[in-house]
Design a protein around this ligand. Structure first.
Ligand code: IPE
Ligand code: IPE
Ligand code: MG
Length: 253
């Protein structure tokens, strides 16, 4: 099935979001509050992922995209960065067979060329092991930045079609789309950011154009199935208009 841009089709009101994108924020503050090292917050945060994946599958969500490490997170202290890399590797090593047996496809988006070879190797193996799975797509954004994604797409498009740079016609959205990191997924319907900050922090800048935004004070390590249901319930109250009027959206003919 070819992906449908949510900016072109209006989903049914009250529908379960097909694609949820989450900025998993607040691990450090969760730990600070308990006088624990930040590492404890990250470890607890990893544990939450499986619960949320299972809850999404049960509710009929087909795509979940998680922001795990931004292109700006290299600015953190070196020991925190290396801890996050080790956690990522441990998850890939431990969870991949379980994901595979659950028919989950794992994708990693971001500039993985910056990662050490062992991590790159694990990413490639995990992606190819689960490439044929169809029940659910879990995308993890690692060394990802929305600006990087758009520039990378433009550069790849021009490399593949150098003639485009010469032609008088402007490049279309449809021409760029296949080169974006999320080219084979529908655009996110619901964006969740935990941890209280109300910003995008260079996540999916292109794809979030018409996504419903939900911000919660709850720290990621405390974000459980009940919290997910609150976010989905909030989404179901929204009226998605995609530029149209309310009357147009309600009058389906
Ligand atoms: C999110 O939690 C995890 C990553 C960015 C890797 P933080 O580590 O940003 O936690 P806070 O925002 O400092 O509480
Ligand atoms: C965003 O969280 C990135 C991830 C959750 C991976 P940050 O904690 O890095 O965001 P800022 O710096 O507060 O905007
Ligand atoms: Mg943070």
């Amino acid at each position: 099935m070819s992906p449908v841009s949510s900016t072109q089709s209006v989903p049914e009101a009250g529908a379960i979001p097909a694609h949820i994108a989450i900025i998993m924020d607040g691990n450090g503050r969760w730990a600070n509050k308990r006088h624990l090292p930040r590492a404890a917050g990250h470890a607890k945060g990893v544990d939450r992922v499986e619960e949320i994946v299972q809850a999404c599958i049960k509710r009929g969500v087909t795509h979940l995209t998680l922001f795990a490490f931004s292109s700006e997170n290299w600015r953190r202290p070196a020991d925190e960065v290396s801890l996050l890399m080790r956690l990522f590797m441990a998850v890939l090593e431990r969870q991949i067979e379980r994901m595979h047996s659950n028919n989950i496809r794992l994708r990693i988006i971001g500039d993985i060329t910056q990662f050490e070879p062992r991590l790159r190797d694990l990413i490639e193996k995990a992606e190819s092991r689960t490439a044929g799975n169809t029940r659910f797509t879990l995308t993890v954004a690692a060394n990802y930045g929305g600006r990087w994604d758009i520039l990378n797409a433009v550069n790849r498009l021009i490399n593949a079609h150098p003639e485009l740079a010469q032609q008088a016609e402007p490049v279309s959205e449809a021409a760029l789309q296949p080169y974006l990191a999320m080219h084979d997924a529908p655009e996110p319907d619901l964006f969740i950011r935990t941890g209280g900050e109300q910003r995008i922090s260079n996540f999916l800048l292109w794809q979030l154009a018409y996504t419903e935004l939900y911000f919660t004070e709850v720290f990621w390590p405390d974000f459980d199935t009940k919290q997910l249901d609150l976010a989905i319930a909030s989404y179901q109250q929204r009226e998605r208009r995609f530029g149209r009027t309310s009357a147009q959206v309600n009058d389906k003919c």
